[in-house]
Ligand binder design. Structure first.
Ligand code: A3P
Length: 395
C-alpha cells in the first residue's frame, strides 16, 4: 500500500527511472573502456610501439643535455680564451692527444643522446642486433670531426679513405649545416649523422665551411673540441679544377684566362672570381684561428694524397687518436683512372675508385696565365706556410 502511494507520485517515478538509466550507462561505459585498454595494450606489445614511444618522451632531456654541454663549453672558453689575440687556450686543446673517446664522450652524453631514436625502429634492425646483444646501442651524435675544405683539393678522396677505418662513420652527403641550414638547429643536424657505437668517430664533410665567414664561430659553439681536417692543394691547380667543374655544368662558359683576369690582359687578377678567391687560404685560416688552436687543425696535402695516400691517411689516423688500420694495403694505383683507388678491406676485395666527377681532365691553360697566377699567390702561400708551420712548396 505504501509502495502504491509512492508510485502514484509522478516525480518519484521519474527519479527512479533516471537512477536505473545511470547505473546502466556507467556499467556499459566501464565494460567498453576495459575492452579498449586491453586491446591497445595487446597492440603495443605486438608492434613494439612501446620502444617507439618511450624515447620520444626522453628526447627533450637529451636536447637539454646537449645545450647544457654546449653552454658549459662556451663558458669554459669564454673564461679561457683571448679570442682577439688569436691565442685560443681552449680547455679542450688536449684533444690532440690520442684520447678521442674520452674527449668526445665528455662533450656529449652518449647515454642521453642514444635515446634519440624514433630511430629505435632502425635500432632494432638485424644489422644492429648483434651489437645490441653485446650491450652496445647505436645512436646518432653530432660530429666530432669535420672536413671543412678546401673545395677541389681532394676532400672526397680524404673522406673515402678515412672511412675505411672501422671506427669512423660519416654522413653520406655534404650536409651544409653550418653554412646553409644553421637555422634548423643542432637536432636537425644530428639526425643527418650516421649511427655510431661508443668509441666510433662521427665525421662530416662540407668543403664550403672553410670559406664561409660565420662557420668558425658556429662550429665553436657546437663543440669547442671539434677536430678540423683541411685538405689543401696548389691554389692555381685548385682554381683550374674548380673552373673545370663549373664548365662541365655550363656549356657556354668563357675560357679560364678570360675569367681569371680583369680586362683581358694578365696584369690584374680578378680576386672577386670564386675560383681565384678561394685559393687565398691564409685569409680564411686566420678566421678559424680566432676560435680554434692550431693543434685542433690538421692540414693534408692534396698533392701527397694522390702520390702517397697511405702516408696522409696515417697522419689523419694519428691525429684522430685512431689505431693505424688503413694502410698501404688498402690502396692501389689505377692506371686508367690515373689516381689511387682503394680496396675496401685488407683482403683486397671490392676495388673502388672515386666517381667520374673526381679526377677530371683539365683544359689547357696558357702558361703565361699560370705564371702570373703563381706570382699572385706567392705572398699568400708564404703567409699560409707561416700560419700552419708547414711548407707545402707550391711552385
Ligand atoms: P680534379 O677532378 O680536378 O682532378 P674534391 O673532392 O675536394 O672536390 O677534390 C677533387 C679532386 O680530388 C680532384 O680534382 C682530384 O685531383 C683529387 N683527388 C685526390 N685523390 C683522388 C683520387 N684518389 N681519385 C680521384 N681524384 C682524387
Amino acid at each position: 500500500m505504501l509502495i502504491n502511494i509512492w508510485f502514484n507520485n509522478l516525480s518519484s517515478r521519474a527519479l527512479a527511472i533516471a537512477l536505473v538509466l545511470c547505473v546502466v550507462v556507467v556499467y556499459f561505459s566501464y565494460s567498453f573502456n576495459a575492452c579498449l585498454f586491453a586491446s591497445i595494450s595487446r597492440t603495443l606489445q605486438k608492434s613494439n610501439l612501446r620502444n617507439f614511444l618511450a624515447p620520444l618522451t626522453v628526447t627533450r632531456t637529451d636536447n637539454a643535455t646537449t645545450t647544457n654541454n654546449n653552454n658549459n663549453n662556451r663558458n669554459n672558453n669564454a673564461s679561457n680564451n683571448s679570442r682577439g689575440s688569436g691565442n685560443n687556450t681552449s680547455t679542450t686543446s688536449s684533444s690532440n692527444n690520442n684520447t678521442h673517446n674520452t674527449n668526445f664522450s665528455s662533450n656529449y652524453n652518449i647515454n642521453n643522446i642514444s635515446v634519440d631514436s624514433p630511430l629505435t625502429g632502425h635500432d632494432g634492425a638485424p644489422k644492429y642486433q648483434l651489437l645490441r646483444q653485446q650491450g652496445l646501442r647505436p645512436s646518432r651524435h653530432l660530429p666530432d670531426t669535420l672536413i671543412i675544405g678546401v673545395k677541389k683539393s681532394g676532400t672526397r678522396a680524404l673522406l673515402e679513405f678515412i672511412r675505411l677505418h672501422p671506427d669512423v662513420r660519416s654522413a653520406g652527403s655534404e650536409v651544409h649545416f653550418f653554412d646553409r641550414h644553421y637555422q634548423r638547429g643542432l637536432r636537425w643536424y644530428r639526425h643527418h649523422m650516421p649511427y655510431t657505437i661508443e668509441g666510433q668517430i662521427t665525421m662530416e664533410k662540407t668543403p664550403s665551411y672553410f670559406v664561409t665567414k660565420e662557420v668558425p664561430q658556429r662550429v665553436y659553439h657546437m663543440n669547442t673540441a671539434t677536430k678540423l681536417l683541411i685538405v689543401v692543394r696548389d691554389p692555381v691547380t685548385r682554381a683550374i679544377s674548380d673552373y673545370t667543374q663549373a664548365a662541365s655544368k655550363k656549356t657556354d662558359m668563357k675560357r679560364f684566362e678570360e675569367l681569371a683576369f680583369v680586362n683581358g690582359s694578365y696584369s690584374v687578377v680578378d680576386t672577386n672570381w670564386g675560383p681565384i678567391k678561394i685559393g687565398v687560404y691564409a685569409r680564411y685560416l686566420e678566421r678559424w684561428l680566432l676560435y680554434f688552436p692550431l693543434s685542433q687543425l690538421l692540414f693534408i696535402s692534396g698533392e701527397r694524397l694522390i702520390i702517397d695516400p697511405a702516408y696522409e691517411i696515417g697522419r689523419v689516423q694519428d691525429f684522430l687518436g685512431l689505431k693505424r688500420v688503413v694502410t698501404e694495403k688498402h690502396f692501389y694505383f689505377n692506371a686508367t683512372k690515373g689516381f689511387p683507388c682503394l680496396f675496401k678491406s685488407e683482403a683486397r676485395s671490392t676495388p673502388h675508385c672515386l666517381g667520374k666527377t673526381k679526377g677530371r681532365n683539365h683544359p689547357h691553360i696558357d702558361t703565361n696565365a699560370i705564371e702570373r697566377l703563381r706570382e699572385f699567390y706567392r705572398p699568400f702561400n708564404n703567409k699560409f706556410y707561416q700560419l700552419t708551420g708547414i711548407n707545402f712548396a707550391w711552385p
